[in-house]
Write a protein of this length. Structure first.
Length: 145
């Protein structure tokens, strides 16, 4: 389903105290495009998830479900564009867990406190190395503005 939303004006976007965003160019699909986003949540944040009931959901959905079930202390989200990590089987699940581990290590939190999100091309492996290489840059970019 196509949703044609207009891009909001910058002045209409407001920060949420304690929520930090950081981006990086990982060149997952396109060169020069900011395609990696880290969202850092302050300690004590409450996160809920609404998930598809599809039996063939993508690896990031499976890992996010697992992680939310393990803790009510989600501290970070990692989002990439360019690769959906869908239809990738057990390797895709391992890849989603690996990027959660990499971000958790950098933020000094537990891997199950990270939720992964991916959008883009399906049936292609997630370029884990490209993402891991740019996690530090995205973390260094974290800010509330």
């Amino acid at each position: 389903m196509v949703v044609n939303l207009k891009k909001p004006k910058n002045e209409d976007l407001h920060t949420i105290p304690g929520i930090q965003l950081g981006t990086a160019i990982a060149e997952i699909k396109n060169k020069g495009q900011r395609d990696l986003l880290i969202i850092s949540l302050p300690e004590g944040s409450v996160v809920a998830g609404v998930f598809t009931k599809n039996q063939f959901c993508a690896a990031p959905v499976i890992v996010a479900q697992e992680n939310i079930k393990q803790t009510n202390k989600t501290r970070a989200l990692i989002v990439n564009t360019g690769s959906a990590n869908a239809g990738t089987g057990e390797i895709g699940i391992k890849d989603a867990r690996d990027i959660c581990k990499s971000l958790a290590f950098k933020l000094k939190i537990k891997p199950h406190e990270v939720l992964p999100f991916s959008t883009g091309v399906i049936m292609e492996p997630l370029p884990v190395k490209k993402i891991q290489k740019k996690i530090s840059e995205a973390v260094e970019d974290l800010n509330e503005s």
